[in-house]
Design a protein around this ligand. Sequence first.
Ligand code: F6R
Length: 606
Amino acid sequence: MCGIFGFIGKRAAAPLLVEGLRRLEYRGYDSSGIVVKNGDLQVYKKVGKVSELSSILPNHIEGYSGIAHTRWATHGEVNDVNAHPHLNDKADIAIVHNGIIDNARDIRKRLEKKGYLLKSETDSETLAHMITIGMDSGQTPIEAVRQTLKRLTGTWGLCVLFKDYEQIICARNGSPLLIGKGDGESFVSSDPHALSHHTQNIFFLEDGDLAIIDRDGVEITRLEGGVSDTSMTVVEDEWEEADISGYPHFMLKEIHEQPEALRRCITGRLDKANGGAKLGGLKLEPVRLRTAPHVRLIGCGTALNACKIGQLAIESLARIPAVAHVASEFRYNDPVINPNAIHFAVSQSGETADTISAVKEIHLKGGEVHGIVNVVGSTIARLCGQGVYIHSGPEQAVASTKAFTNMVASLLLFSIRIGRTRSFSRERGRSLIDNFQNIPSQMEEYLSNPGPIEEAVELVKHAKSVLFLGRGLSAPVASEGALKLMEVAYIPCLAYPAGEMKHGPIALLEKDSPVIVIAPNDKHREKTVSSMHECKARGAKIILIHEDGDPISEEADVAISIPKCDPLLTPLLSVVPTQLIAYQTALELGCDVDRPRNLAKSVTVE
Ligand code: F6R
């Protein structure tokens, strides 16, 4: 989604801005732009990739401060005019904005009545004109921004650059914004990845913060007045730069990083002696775990699929009701919140607006929420104040892979933790832990010999649609496989619990329809095999993901085997072939694997 980068210092701003935009590219966008203060405010913007913006930039642009933006259209079509930055009429104020101004329509009308000429269709441009009105009436830049923001409803991550002032003003409300402090220079960005190689001294702005940054300092106040509590954090954890390390795409790199990422996630958390799991960040005492009435897990997309696995594992190991919720529905369904219940918000980015709203709804109703989050210091991590970092490292491909496996692993660790407190024995716990420790090397083993992925791709790549089937823990794996293939290869996919297939989706099957069946050797295997036979009887082609040595492989058109493991842990292995099928299919179809159309890495609007 939209991204912001800004710089003020003693170095040339333009190359830093373009590089900042490149680091934001993975988030998904449709146009980009920069403005540099070089006497005047010089604006360049362009539809398409950052490389297309680069191609229209002069070889050298003077100027030591500027702001930049990648736009993911919400108001107004994708064109150069609607791209940010936006200028006021006098071209002495420039803004970039993430988020949505809900009352922009009324503001536009009022501005037009006053004679302002709005050039774009965006809600954001109104801000440049409102700030101008404030400054024309004698307000300082910060006061003009403050008074403008007070008149808005909606969300913003905002940066304002002034022709006549050596500063950038930044504000946050519902859209992430971070300030980085270097030596004699300051940065601002909506995303930590764009700051990581410049500085580790970060101010994570809170909603309602308003900051003035210049070369030497950062001054943060509150929108309603007074100094903000936001202080500098030195970020070390997970702060490495993600480069592509010789892989053709980030998605493939991240699929192959899963064993190492999983090791990071489970190291120090498996409690072999007690057959349990240690999750220090959760701050949940045994008595809380024992007396909680239920567990609720909330997420979107891939995170939601991880929640569904968590739901089943928690119920199964701890004998406590658990339910996974679609985050975008949660708040609007006016949920009943029991303050004694355990709630999890699961999110790779920690910035997903729907999930943030769900967290706020639970807080409002007196409940506590634990984050299961990848990005350290992200909004959800900070809002929850407790939880589990999944330690996947930076995930750059829009399609989530290594974050999924680590979300699942974290939820499995929790299910072991709560299960040991409430229900199962030390022996069962120990056996699970032994198996868990082996999973990273089993993933490596699988990845070194992934089986006939190419043959699966041949069956899938020209299909009208693909059906994914699984039962029990493999049903959410089927959903995740379908989501992945759909988002990167644009093939319509359906995922169904295998037994439900005969109640509707079977109507879609015709000769050669591809069906991907996930059937590890668990208690559901026999039933899943029956569903597979029902598909075969209708002429479907079966791509089967099964455990090593299982004779059902003979019944499949394409059989992909994964290493044997404890049934509870199978999602960690069975999802990997589905990721590879999605990747390889997208590649064969010439799709933009890392940046699929219309999608954004971090969905910061509801
Ligand atoms: C799928 C995908 C999305 C995200 C979803 C939630 O590959 O990436 O479905 O899973 O937008 O994002 P996070 O986990 O950042 O809250």
